[in-house]
Write a protein that binds this ligand. Structure first.
Ligand code: ZN
Ligand code: ZN
Ligand code: FE
Length: 777
């Protein structure tokens, strides 16, 4: 036997790249090596997992095959490199401490929802982790949120503050144990614990903070609960009292709140789900998933949770603490909304929470496992079987996205709203977690801090900086202040479409439809209803919605009734004021006259081609929503209304040739809306017909553009494509016409995704010698 190995012996060095750290990869390799009778060692390095293996040729081949084929569930093997090495007669197989030579980015695992085995541990009264809210193993638990540095080892996490007890230590060092090298491993004896505090930060005396918290929630109190990536504000979602109070105290008038529901069966009592949606809910990422509300719910979810909305944002418990909050099923559904003061980032620190959330929460359920990287919950909806992300954060960040070209180190600073940044190098793009609204110092501080950390882990020092053309975005100003030599401004909608192309692996020419709120147009108008012929290097604006005025600019974006008036005056003239519309109620103290003057003289009344604003006009005409108290509210409520309607036909559309471009006339649509309203048609019907008309407009335009330019791929991006009705009907219509529509899964269609687009555009542009056709109008 020995002689055979001598004759057939093979010695190799294997580098496994991808998400392979903190996901149980080394123990997997260890067990595999023992199975194949291989000598050698395995270690983490900044390049991935490195294996030195010596054995018979057959054993080595089998071993490599299994490395690919049987990798642990949370790992994502991107590449396995194999190099011959010298035979060194290594005895046995060992797990070595981490190396720290640095060349390539280390991939950090996102946080992972509690696994079934850990749940069983927690539910078993005989188990030492019975009811322990910080139970985890190599297959689940905190990762990104506790990682302070790399390589990923306990001293580089916030768990370094907790010294393992002998039992935990034994699990941690036993390769056959599920908790082998689980960095956050802990138990009630040695790990973090819960404390209940009052709103001033004083400890509430109780032997069981968890039970006490459940009782407080049952008594309709609002609790701030420290979770995995930050605080949630929580209350009983089945009662109007606490939900109303939470809205009032948080100053959040109408924006839907997410709920956590203990299990799938309970979700099905209040929402309609299909198998795909159930799989997404139960996935290790465990996002907030938008589900259709059931028309005959098995129990009541307060109307105040998601008013005027046919969808409910639902998530299942994803940490042991969450599971325990539903212990005994004393609560059926909890509102769980990010714990942040209005406009500011989520709060993760206990002291800051008391200071800033004290006015909102009655009590605080906190723990002492520090959160190093704050992360909000991700939000998704299901489209054709997989999640389409609206907010990409917990569970996804900071996993890389493969891009269809290789780029030098690039930083893309993103947009202003729902900001993320993107660091790219080679064929990988790393998007930050959700940073938030970049219009205050707190968010800017979060942006800078997260960026500093990403740069350090990934070892990316950007040579190129990409930013939005809008001169007043804080992200733009930040970019301008950086020392990098090459800086590239990217048009907003080009970035939207490039992000969609990049995540779909496309780098060539294509058509793109960017239906959006607003973005800076190089011609001095506000864009947002754009059809671009584009590739990653540049674009040509080949069609767009006909522009209309936004009297007062930003003010109209917040007040759709003003946009509606501007629209009517622009297209119908002053006679429009005679129409019997609900709209007029909203104008106070001479506002009509002011708006009329602005439109007439063109003072502070920029033109826009925004699709989002067209939704605002329709929403206001219907008397549905006069104030965008959150971004896109008027459009969101219009979509929900339409989904309750029944309608055929479309309003009159006109696609006009305007030189090289197509002008998309929509007065017929808005006039049709008004006529239907005056006829006394149901609002649901009008809202649906409005949607049908826009879908028809997009499809007809794409058809004409295809005839003219011959590109069959159509990328759909921009915030308006979060409208599921519009998105699906457009996809369906384009496919029926033989075109190839693509849409978002991995990054958001809203401004949370544009950093990816900026990065690939900058990467493509600096590779070019000739100037591109960017910005050509
Ligand atoms: Zn587990
Ligand atoms: Zn322990
Ligand atoms: Fe946008």
């Amino acid at each position: 036997m020995k002689a055979t190995i001598q004759k057939n012996r093979e010695a190799v060095l294997i580098v496994v790249k991808g998400v392979v750290q903190g996901v149980g990869f080394r123990p997997f390799v260890y067990n595999l090596a023992h199975g194949w009778g291989i000598g050698g060692r395995v270690s983490n390095s900044t390049q991935g997992v490195v294996v030195e293996a010596e054995g018979s040729q057959e054993a080595i081949q089998g071993f490599i095959q299994d490395l690919r084929g049987q990798a642990p569930p949370l790992s994502q093997v991107e590449e396995i490199e194999i190099y011959p090495k010298r035979w060194r007669s290594l005895q046995g197989f060992h797990i070595k401490e981490s190396l720290s030579a640095r060349k390539e980015p280390t991939l950090i695992s996102p946080d992972v929802a509690t696994c079934e085995e850990c749940l069983q541990d927690m539910r078993n009264p005989a188990n030492r982790r019975y009811r322990y809210p910080f139970t985890n193993c190599t297959n689940c638990g905190p990762r990104f949120s506790i990682i302070q540095g790399i390589p990923y080892d306990r001293p580089m996490t916030t768990m370094k503050a907790f010294e393992m007890c002998p039992q935990c230590e034994a699990e941690y060092s036993d390769p056959a144990n599920r908790r082998f090298h689980a960095q956050p491993n802990a138990c009630p004896k040695c790990g973090p614990w819960l404390t209940l505090l009052d709103r001033k930060g004083g400890e509430v005396p109780t032997s069981d903070p968890l039970q006490a918290a459940i009782e407080l929630l049952r008594k309709e109190h609002i609790l701030a609960i420290r979770g995995l990536g930050g605080f949630h504000l929580a209350c009983d979602a089945t009662k109007d009292g606490p939900v109303g109070r939470l809205r009032e105290r948080k100053g959040r008038e109408a924006k839907p709140l997410a709920v956590m529901i203990p299990e799938l069966e309970t979700v099905k009592e209040v929402c309609i789900t299909n198998q795909d949606e159930e799989d997404i809910l139960k996935s290790p990422q465990s996002p907030i998933l938008l589900l259709r509300k059931s028309s005959h719910p098995g129990f009541k979810i307060s109307q105040l949770v998601a008013p005027q909305n046919r969808y409910l944002g639902v998530m299942l418990p994803y940490t042991p603490l969450h599971h325990l909050l539903f212990e005994g099923r004393k609560l059926k559904a909890l509102v769980m909304t990010s714990g942040n003061p209005r406009g500011e980032p989520i709060i993760a620190d206990n002291r800051e929470a008391i200071k800033k959330l004290g006015p909102v929460a009655d009590y605080f359920l906190v723990h002492n496992r520090p959160i190093w990287n704050k992360t909000d919950d991700s939000v998704a909806f299901s489209m054709e079987g997989s999640p389409s992300l609206i907010r990409r954060s917990r569970g996804w960040a900071p996993s890389p996205i493969k891009i269809p070209l290789s780029v030098p180190p690039i930083l893309a600073c993103g947009g202003n709203y729902k900001n993320t940044f993107c660091l790219a190098k080679g064929e990988r793009a790393f998007l930050s977690q959700h940073i938030g609204e970049l219009d205050n110092l707190e968010t800017l501080r979060f942006f800078r801090e997260a960026l500093r950390r990403f740069k350090a882990w990934l070892n990316i020092e950007p040579q190129v900086v990409a930013y939005d053309l809008h001169p007043n975005y804080l992200s733009t100003r930040f970019a301008q202040g950086l020392p990098a030599e090459v800086k590239i401004g990217v048009q907003h909608h080009h970035a939207h479409l490039a992000s969609c192309a990049a995540e779909n692996g496309w780098r060539g020419k294509a058509l793109g439809v960017s239906f959006d709120g607003s973005g800076y147009g190089p011609d001095g108008t506000i864009w947002g209803g754009e059809f671009l012929l584009f590739d990653l290097k540049g674009f040509q604006r080949v069609a767009h919605l006909s522009p209309f005025p936004l009297p007062g600019g930003e003010l109209s974006i917040r007040r759709p009734y003003r946009t509606a008036l501007g629209y009517l005056l622009h297209f119908l003239g002053k006679e429009a004021l005679q129409l019997p519309l609900k709209l007029w109620q909203e104008f106070k103290g001479g506002e009509i006259e002011i708006v009329a003057k602005q439109v007439e003289k063109g003072v502070n009344s920029p033109l826009t081609s925004s699709a989002g604003r067209l939704f605002d006009v329709c929403s206001a005409l219907l008397g549905l929503c006069f104030y965008n108290t959150y971004e896109g509210r008027a459009a969101v409520e219009l979509e929900s209304l339409a989904q309750g309607g029944n309608a055929e036909g479309v309003y009159p559309l006109q696609i006009r040739e305007n030189g090289e471009k197509l002008a998309l006339e929509h007065q017929g649509i808005i006039t049709g809306v008004i006529e239907d309203l005056l006829k006394g048609e149901k609002r649901e019907k009008v809202a649906l017909r409005f949607h049908r008309s826009l879908v028809e407009l997009i499809i007809q335009t794409c058809d004409q553009l295809y005839q003219r330019w011959g590109e069959e791929r159509v990328f759909l991006s921009g915030g308006v494509f979060q409208n599921r009705y519009l998105l699906w009907q457009t996809i369906d219509g384009l496919r029926k016409m033989g075109l190839k529509p693509f849409y978002h899964h991995l990054v958001s269609a809203n401004d949370g995704g544009i950093s990816l687009g900026q990065a690939v555009i900058a990467g493509a542009k600096i590779k070019q010698d000739v100037p591109s056709n960017s910005g050509k109008d």
